[in-house]
Design a protein around this ligand. Structure first.
Ligand SMILES: Nc1ncnc2c1ncn2[C@@H]1O[C@H](COP(=O)(O)OP(=O)(O)O)[C@@H](O)[C@H]1O
Ligand SMILES: [Mg+2]
Length: 393
């Protein structure tokens, strides 16, 4: 008895005694017979099924072979057969996503049945993660010194600019931590889908797959995590859920950009402490500059790692509209240098939010786009590769 599922499929049989299966349960398959050394190159792209004869090998060699399979990025289904099946080998084998064991002696029907079961199980599509390559996202937080300073606008433009540096799809994640009334989704014309409050006490169980259920894809490279409007969201969402969500995002993307609420929550300092950069957005008014200086000092003291927020001056305009401070005067008020300045362009900013999408999409020639690009280049280095974030577990 053979199984139709195997017609034309590549089967790697480890152990010469298995070649006899070619005329029985493996009829129709492309059968290759080899030794344990073949397992290191037996990923899904090389074999659709691996059958191992446990009786042909010593237990330690067998255990090594199973470990080799487990280390493959995409191991194929594995069937271990034999009259002597070492327990440790079996236990390790069953940790593989698709595996089975069959004790000898067995009939053709039995092995065909086991193979059918294995081949029918769909491989769970791996979620592409930065963590798979051993890296965590670089995470930047953006917060406004005063309401309306432009934090959301700048966070969106930074995230879009970072997409140009990304090496693959789904590499940048913009996270709106204004859980009650965040505006990123509305500015981007996207539908917010993050419902952390619904998780209740199980928020600390968020994993990569659950995170993906909360994500709104904006472009192939840019994902958004934003919550639907809910006045009770801050009180209803646990600190653990927010921090676990951030940690999982940092394991899944190359870049994470946070649109932070101005008011401190129970998770604010920990979230900021895990960031590589903290940006305080100010406008060029005296109250905003004073607030920017205070907020920056408060964050620095609170985080306590020595990391300092950087101040970005937004909506720089020529003085023809009134007695606004110059950049130099602003830096004097701030008692520190500003990291960058972003020009004012009301038409571009308004057109983009009205059309739904980044300014770089709707008004690519706006000075805002150029200034954000300069800011991002300064912070990330000219087209530098993503590195490791300092985020602690
Ligand atoms: N550089 C800029 N030039 C012109 N308008 C801007 C600029 N940055 C932001 N805006 C506008 O200012 C308003 C407040 O910006 P927003 O990003 O929502 O601020 P925040 O998130 O700090 O409250 C919005 O209408 C936005 O379009
Ligand atoms: Mg905002």
């Amino acid at each position: 008895m053979s199984t139709d599922l195997l017609a034309g499929r590549r089967v790697l049989a480890i152990g010469s005694a298995l070649s006899g299966l070619a005329s029985g349960p493996l009829a129709g398959a492309q059968l290759e017979v080899g030794g344990l050394d073949r397992l290191s190159a037996a990923g899904l792209s090389a074999a659709d099924l691996v059958i191992i004869d446990a009786d042909a090998w010593e237990a330690p060699d067998l255990a090594q072979g199973v470990q080799t399979l487990a280390a493959l990025a995409a191991p194929p289904p594995v069937l271990l057969v034999g009259s002597h099946l070492p327990t440790t080998v079996v236990r390790n084998l069953l940790r593989l996503e698709r595996s089975d064991v069959l004790e000898a002696p067995f009939t053709d029907e039995k092995i065909a049945y086991a193979i059918t079961g294995l081949m029918a199980q769909k491989a769970i599509a791996p979620v592409p993660t930065a963590a798979a390559s051993g890296q965590l996202a670089r995470c930047w937080a953006v917060t406004g010194a005063v309401g309306g300073a432009g934090a959301t606008t700048v966070a969106i433009e930074i995230a879009t600019a970072l997409c140009a540096r990304a090496t693959r799809d789904k590499s940048v994640c913009l996270i709106d931590l204004n859980l009650a009334d965040g505006e990123t989704a509305a500015y981007l014309g996207a539908h917010p889908a993050m419902r952390l409050a619904d998780l209740g006490a199980s928020g600390d169980r968020i994993d990569v797959a659950m995170l993906q259920a909360f994500v709104t894809p904006v472009t192939p490279r840019l994902d958004l995590l934003a919550a639907p409007r809910d006045p009770a969201a801050f009180d209803a969402t646990s600190r653990e859920a927010v921090l676990r969500m951030l940690e999982t995002a940092c394991e899944s993307y190359e870049w994470v950009v946070l649109d932070m609420p101005r008011h401190r929550r129970s998770w604010t300092l920990e979230a900021l402490g895990g960031c590589d950069e903290m940006l305080v957005i100010s406008e060029l008014t005296v109250p905003a500059l004073i607030a920017a200086r205070s907020l920056s000092d408060e964050i620095e003291r609170g985080v306590g790692s020595g990391a300092k927020p950087k101040i970005v001056l937004n909506r720089l305009a020529s003085r023809m509209f009134g007695p606004a401070p110059s950049m130099a005067e602003a830096e004097k008020a701030l008692q520190r240098k500003a990291e960058g300045g972003i020009s004012s362009d009301w038409e571009a900013a308004a057109a983009s939010v009205n059309l739904g999408g980044p300014i770089s999409t709707h008004r690519p020639k706006s000075k805002i786009v150029k200034d954000v690009q300069t800011l991002v280049d300064g912070l990330a280095g000219a087209m530098a590769k993503p590195g490791k974030a300092k985020r602690a577990a």
